[in-house]
Design a protein around this ligand. Structure first.
Ligand code: ADP
Ligand code: MG
Length: 260
C-alpha cells in the first residue's frame, strides 16, 4: 500500500484553457525544487503535461493508458524528468479511448486509485492533471485523490463553471469518496490592468469561503506560456520571472496546508 504521507492532488476544471496543466507542471516543479519527491501523472489525452516536462509523448512505450487499460505495471511507466525529484507518467491521445474501455471494467471509478496503490516508490506528492471534462477519467482522478485544486481563469464566465465543479466534487464526496477535500481555488492569468480580473476575484470571494481560496494569485506572464515549448517548467526556464515566483509561493502554501 502507498505510504499514508503521500498527498495526492488532482487539478481539475471542466473548462479548457484555464491553466490546469500550467499549474500542475509548475507547482510540481516548485514542490520538487523545495525538496519534495513528486510524481506528476498526465491524465489528459492531450498530453500537455508530458510535453511541458520535456517528454516526447509519441515515442514513449508506456503511458498511463497502458497502466489503466492494458494492465501494465504502474512502476514501469514512470519516467524521470530533467527536474530533480520530479518523475512523470506520460499520456498521449491513446488515453481518449480509455473513457469507453473503462466502462467495461469492474470498479471502473477506482482503477487509477488501485494502480497508484501499487507504486513501489513513496512520493511526497502525486499531482494528477485532469482532462477538461467531468468524465470517467476525472472521476477516476477524484477517487484516487486526497484533494482537488481548481484553477480559475480571471474572466467573465468563471463563476458559472466553478459552481458546476463544486457540485461535482460534492457529489463525489457524498457517493464515492467522502474524504475528498478542496485543496483550493487558484486564480490564474491575472492581469492587474484589466478591471475584470479584480471583479472576478471579488465575485468568487463573495460566494466561496476564504479557506478554500489560495492567497497566491498567478499573474498573466508570457514566460509561463513560452516555457512548455522548451519542455521546461517555469522554475527552470526563467527562474526569476513573476510566474516562477508565483508558483513557488503557491507551493509554499500547499506545503504549509499539509504541515510540511
Ligand atoms: P488547461 O490545462 O486548463 O487547458 P493550460 O494550462 O494549458 O490550460 O493553459 C492554457 C493556455 O494559457 C496555454 O497556452 C498556457 O501556456 C497559457 N497560460 C496558462 N497560464 C498562463 C499565465 N499565467 N500567463 C500566461 N499564459 C498562461
Ligand atoms: Mg490541460
Amino acid at each position: 500500500m502507498n505510504n499514508i504521507m503521500t498527498k495526492i492532488i488532482s487539478f481539475a476544471n471542466q473548462k479548457g484553457g484555464v491553466g490546469k496543466t500550467t499549474t500542475a507542471v509548475n507547482l510540481s516543479a516548485a514542490l520538487a525544487e523545495a525538496g519534495q519527491s513528486v510524481l506528476a501523472i498526465d491524465f489528459d489525452p492531450q498530453g500537455n503535461l508530458s510535453s511541458g516536462l520535456g517528454i516526447d509523448k509519441l515515442n514513449t512505450a508506456k503511458t498511463i493508458y497502458e497502466v489503466i487499460i492494458g494492465d501494465e505495471n504502474i512502476n514501469d511507466a514512470i519516467l524521470n524528468t530533467e527536474v530533480e525529484n520530479l518523475d512523470i507518467i506520460p499520456s498521449n491521445v491513446d488515453l481518449s479511448g480509455a473513457e469507453i474501455e473503462l466502462l467495461e471494467l469492474e470498479d471502473r471509478e477506482r482503477t487509477l486509485r488501485r494502480k497508484i496503490s501499487e507504486l513501489y516508490k513513496e512520493y511526497d506528492y502525486i499531482i494528477i492533471d485532469c482532462p477538461p471534462s467531468l468524465s470517467l477519467l476525472t472521476i477516476n482522478a477524484f477517487m484516487a485523490s486526497d484533494s482537488v485544486v481548481i484553477p480559475i481563469q480571471c474572466e467573465y464566465y468563471a463563476l458559472e463553471g466553478l459552481n458546476q465543479m463544486l457540485r461535482t466534487v460534492n457529489l463525489i464526496r457524498e457517493r464515492l469518496n467522502p474524504t475528498l477535500e478542496i485543496e483550493g481555488i487558484v486564480f490564474t492569468m491575472y492581469d492587474a490592468r484589466n478591471n475584470l480580473s479584480g471583479q472576478v476575484i471579488e465575485g468568487v470571494k463573495s460566494v466561496i469561503s476564504n479557506e478554500n481560496i489560495f492567497e497566491t494569485i498567478i499573474p498573466r506572464n508570457v514566460k509561463l506560456a513560452e516555457a512548455p515549448s522548451f519542455g521546461m517548467p517555469i522554475t527552470e526556464y526563467d527562474t526569476t520571472s513573476t510566474g516562477a515566483q508565483a508558483y513557488r509561493m503557491l507551493a509554499s502554501e500547499v506545503l504549509s496546508k499539509s504541515g510540511r
